[in-house]
Design a protein. Structure first.
Length: 100
């Protein structure tokens, strides 16, 4: 079924020109690392406890665990913004003191 493979995916992961697209942005290594961690879901507050994923409490709302998706939602952002507006997303992270 070749037609399935000929139609490009519209998922935000595939919008970059290559894997690790955050690494091609003209910014510091620290900024690149932060963006890549948010895209992959492996932020520093992520740990394992008894074979289950654990995150620290969200510093903005203190209501839920600080998963990458929750942090982005608290800031009014999405993973799509990480890809389409990475520098704007980094500014949000700096203002809210979420940088590593």
């Amino acid at each position: 079924n070749k037609t399935v493979w000929l139609i490009p995916s519209v998922h935000h992961w595939y919008q970059g020109s290559r894997p690790g697209g955050c690494l091609s942005i003209d910014c510091s290594r620290r900024d690149q690392t932060t963006l890549t961690r948010f895209l992959s879901g492996h932020i520093r507050s992520f740990t394992f406890s008894d074979n289950s994923k654990c995150f620290e409490i969200c510093p903005n709302c203190t209501a839920e665990q600080a998963t990458p998706d929750h942090i982005l939602a608290c800031l009014g952002l999405s993973k799509q913004d990480l890809v389409s507006n990475p520098l704007l997303t980094l500014d949000f992270f700096r203002v809210h003191r979420l940088m590593d």
